[in-house]
Design a binder for this molecule. Structure first.
Ligand code: S3P
Length: 175
């Protein structure tokens, strides 16, 4: 299907860069968290609060399966998408997966207002929580992704150009 899929931790820039890549490629942009919010009729934080993380993960699995099966998309995913192997399998079959990275310091700065991010909002020490979650998830991002792009201290335009170039190379290699 050859979609372009962005994975990575909260605050890695998946939505901003995804939107810019979609504009460059002339593809449709889809943010899986936004689709979940539309379908649930409430914000992610409310979904976590009222139905719990397991219900959110169930919605996420359904939305990922739907998006992965739709061609011509740039898909930005939630930071926990790699926790479920079914998501990884569906996304690998769907196209190129790029892992966007950022240092814990940069992530902390970008997610300064953690109220919309329930997994950080409840942490007494968000910096420690970020480092802990990153350590747990990094191997999963690494094995799910085809390639990795740093977003630390780089302009969005430069990151976008690198991701788009990787996508073109991928498409050529796929024939
Ligand atoms: C989550 C990240 C969030 C959202 C939900 C869970 C996670 O997405 O899907 O709060 O488990 O890391 P962003 O990465 O877009 O913040």
């Amino acid at each position: 299907m050859k979609n372009l899929i962005l994975i990575g931790f909260m605050g890695a820039g998946k939505s901003a860069i995804g939107r810019m890549c979609a504009a460059k490629l002339g593809y449709t942009f889809r943010d899986s968290d936004a689709v979940i919010e539309q379908q649930a009729g409430c914000a992610i934080a409310q979904l976590f609060a009222s139905q719990g993380e397991a219900a959110f993960r169930q919605c996420e699995r359904e939305v990922i399966a739907e998006l992965a099966g739709t061609p011509g998309l740039v898909i930005s995913t939630g930071g926990g998408v790699v926790l479920d192997p079914a998501n990884v399998e569906a996304l690998r079959a769907s196209g190129l997966i790029v892992w966007l990275t950022a240092t814990p310091e940069v992530i902390l700065k970008r997610v300064g207002d953690a109220r919309t991010r329930p997994l950080l909002a409840s942490a007494p020490d968000p910096r420690a929580r970020i480092a802990e979650m990153l350590a747990e998830r990094a191997p999963k991002y690494e094995s799910a992704a085809h390639c990795v792009v740093s977003t630390t201290d780089r302009p969005l335009t430069e990151i976008t150009a690198e991701v788009v170039a990787l996508y073109h190379t991928f498409r050529e290699s796929e024939g």
